[in-house]
Write a protein that binds this ligand. Sequence first.
Ligand code: C5P
Length: 238
Amino acid sequence: MNDSHPMNDPRIIVALDYSAAAQALQLVERLDPKLCRLKVGKELFTAEGPRLVEKFVALNFGVFLDLKFHDIPNTTAHACAAAAKLGVWMLNVHASGGRAMMLAAREALDKLTAPPRLIAVTVLTSMNEAALFEVGINTALPDQVLRLARLTHECALDGVVCSAQEAPELREALGRDFCLVTPGIRPANSGHDDQSRVVTPKDALAMGSNYLVIGRPITQAADPLAALHAIHQEIISV
Ligand code: C5P
């Protein structure tokens, strides 16, 4: 198997949107690190802290630490270094923190022998143009996403979080090595929950995504491992 084989580089990142370690561990024990990685966000991290992240790493799962750092460059750089020390596979910052912040984060991670992937959030999908205007950004939303993705690329970060709908344009603009991580994924046979625009796993990869963040279709399934296997089978041919 080479590095590009899906078993060596699982494309599915399971979102652990839980408030307590016990629930998260109960799910994780039923998953397979050869088929997926895990996303730990602000809720679980704030409730349970870094030791839980280390536990997932010790279970051989790649961990995407989704804490979206956004602070002065020095603080962000140190936070990224502290996250890297936990052994995470990927972490992120807000691109709107600006060039100096992203360069400081990049520089801090470049000092490490095996740095985690560093990606950025462009515009939160909860924001619309009216919300952007209210915080002083008078730009069409897709243009703002592209602007921040370009800045992320210029700062030598590894990629961005984006919707699958944004992926073709970002792929075209930023090249094949730029990593696109996309939430809002729903297998063809599942409900939408509160996501309004959803894309199937296979379509998202075809549109240029590298990694798929998937929560409830796996975490709420009666048999999470079976749900994971089914999605894995769906995408393995892409
Ligand atoms: O359960 P579901 O698959 O909708 O979970 C998606 C995950 O991706 C959640 O952790 C959610 O916070 C995250 N996310 C998202 N949309 C974004 C960014 C992150 O759904 N634009």
